[in-house]
Design a protein around this ligand. Structure first.
Ligand SMILES: Nc1ncnc2c1ncn2[C@@H]1O[C@H](COP(=O)(O)OP(=O)(O)OP(=O)(O)O)[C@@H](O)[C@H]1O
Ligand SMILES: [Mg+2]
Length: 230
């Protein structure tokens, strides 16, 4: 296997010269984009609407395949299946994609052997253990629905959580408590957030990139405010 260049410090997740150009568009959506995330880091990719942020996450998650380049884990290129297994993707407005009639059903989808213990543990992890499991997901509050979408992915034990505009459409207090939860969830895994509001994620002390015109450039976000304890 040919390794991706890992840089001065070991990286966990890295993209190397990744390009994506669907046949139906005149210009590549992503042009030789590279980024490297080190153990314990959170990554934020900022960019305006249409910049290709969601496309980038779909590539990392293994939903689509780059035309060129490699996506690596600890220096080793991953194929689509490996990326799919390693990553949990929470779409923008994930509540629009709920399929279960109840909270329990939503969590059980695609989980053949989900024990009560595991179900309870993941609901506790996202702060939803007090919610009746027979409750329809659409009856949850906006913030609770985001927590449920995170729980669905956490059940898969992803080493990488890919979050597409995780705070979009939430009011500030709900946003703050979701950020606190994200601060907890990054322990032991990589968080890769795409957003057009990168400042909101400063409390997570992320490494930042800007995606524009198909290119990805690192930049320094303003110094963070310390995240509040749970
Ligand atoms: N498979 C595809 N074929 C053609 N065009 C595509 C394809 N996938 C994405 N696009 C186009 O690429 C552009 C980038 O889309 P993408 O959804 O990744 O942007 P975004 O940065 O997530 O935008 P937003 O902030 O609005 O969510 C859009 O113009 C979209 O229509
Ligand atoms: Mg998007």
């Amino acid at each position: 296997m040919i390794g991706c260049s890992a840089g001065p410090l070991a990286t966990v997740l890295s993209l190397e010269q990744v390009s994506y150009h669907p046949a139906t568009v005149p210009r590549p959506l992503l042009r030789q984009v590279s980024m490297a995330v080190r153990p314990g880091e959170t990554a934020v990719v900022a960019g305006p609407s249409g910049a290709g942020k969601s496309t980038l996450l779909e590539l990392v998650a293994g939903l689509i395949q780059p035309g060129r380049g490699r996506i690596c884990w600890q220096g080793n290129p991953m194929d689509r299946r490996q990326r799919h297994r390693r990553c949990g993707l929470v779409f923008q407005f994930p509540e629009r994609h709920f399929l279960g009639l109840t909270v329990r059903q939503e969590l059980q989808l695609g989980q053949r052997r989900l024990t009560e213990e595991r179900l309870g543990a993941v609901l506790t992890q996202v702060g939803l253990n007090h919610v009746p499991r027979q409750q329809p997901p659409e009856r949850l509050s906006g913030g609770q629905q985001r927590r449920l979408a995170l729980a669905v992915q956490l059940l898969r034990n992803p080493q990488v959580l890919l979050l597409d505009e995780p705070t979009a459409g939430l009011d500030w207090s709900v946003r703050d408590s979701l950020l606190t939860l994200l601060g907890q969830l990054r322990t032991g895994r990589v968080l890769l957030v795409v957003t057009h509001e990168p400042k909101l994620f400063a409390p997570l002390q992320p490494r930042c990139w800007r995606l524009q015109d198909g290119g990805l450039e690192p930049y320094q976000e303003e110094q963070p405010v310390t995240i509040k304890p749970a």
